[in-house]
Ligand binder design. Structure first.
Ligand SMILES: N[C@@H](CCC(=O)N[C@@H](CS)C(=O)NCC(=O)O)C(=O)O
Length: 225
């Protein structure tokens, strides 16, 4: 490897945050060892040692140094391995990509989660809020094929999982979040992105994702009774 460093990724197969890091490593053809964490029963001592602040995956370990928080990891990967840049040269384009990545984590992800963790009237309200966030995210595409324009960039890699997870929540809850009629650009972008072979091959099997997330929802609803 050009930098001579060893790369490890601590992840969990069903984690969308780990998935975006895997996408970045694959796009840049950076070889790495993957260490699967058992988040459901016991976190490893390595995870606790490497991310004592949040105790979460993903964690990238490069030359023995841990880096936590997936968006921070994406920036690190892009700075460390220059091939196939995710952030473009133009500062305003870089800012735009960071803006929509942050918006996804701060607005869309919690809004989608709220739909899966609610029922009845509360869920109907959560659906409207999630649709509003997703519609706003769609405006970030500005009519382009990808957030990066003709090709994918940082924001596509950071945000791409939203399409997949919105569909999971739609299937589990019987709701509609990304409606092709109301959000044609977001719907098309999401399908276009997830169909790219290098992206598609990293996405866990649909049935396993449904089973895992249905389990989370059942556990959450039972504990909140
Ligand atoms: N903001 C974090 C979120 C990471 C996160 O939520 N990871 C989950 C898996 S999807 C986790 O490790 N959960 C363990 C826990 O909450 O105890 C990031 O972007 O890396």
């Amino acid at each position: 490897m050009a930098d001579g460093g060893e790369v490890k990724l601590l992840g969990f197969w069903g984690s969308p945050y780990a998935l975006r890091v895997i996408w970045a490593l694959k796009l840049k053809q950076v070889p790495y060892d993957y260490l699967e964490e058992d988040l459901l029963s016991k976190k490893s001592s390595l995870l606790l040692q490497y991310n004592p602040v949040h105790k979460k995956v993903p964690i990238l370990v490069h030359r023995g140094k841990p880096i936590a928080e997936s968006l921070v990891i994406l920036e690190y990967i892009d700075e460390m391995w220059k091939q196939s840049p995710l952030l473009l040269q133009d500062p305003s384009e870089r800012a735009r990509a960071r803006f929509w990545s942050k918006f996804t984590d701060e607005k869309c992800a919690p809004a989608i989660k709220a739909v899966s963790c609610s029922q009845g009237e509360e869920q109907q309200k959560a659906v409207l809020e999630a649709q509003e966030s997703l519609k706003t995210l769609e405006s970030g595409l500005e009519g382009k094929l990808f957030f990066g324009g003709e090709t994918i960039n940082f924001a596509d890699v950071a945000t791409g999982w939203i399409g997949c997870w919105a569909r999971i929540v739609e299937e589990i809850t019987g709701t509609s979040l990304i409606d092709a009629e109301n959000m044609p650009s977001l719907d098309a972008w999401s399908k276009r992105f997830l169909e790219l072979p290098i992206i598609k091959q990293c996405v866990p099997p649909w049935d396993k994702l449904i089973e895992l997330n249905s389990g989370f929802v059942k556990m959450y609803l039972a504990s909140s009774k």
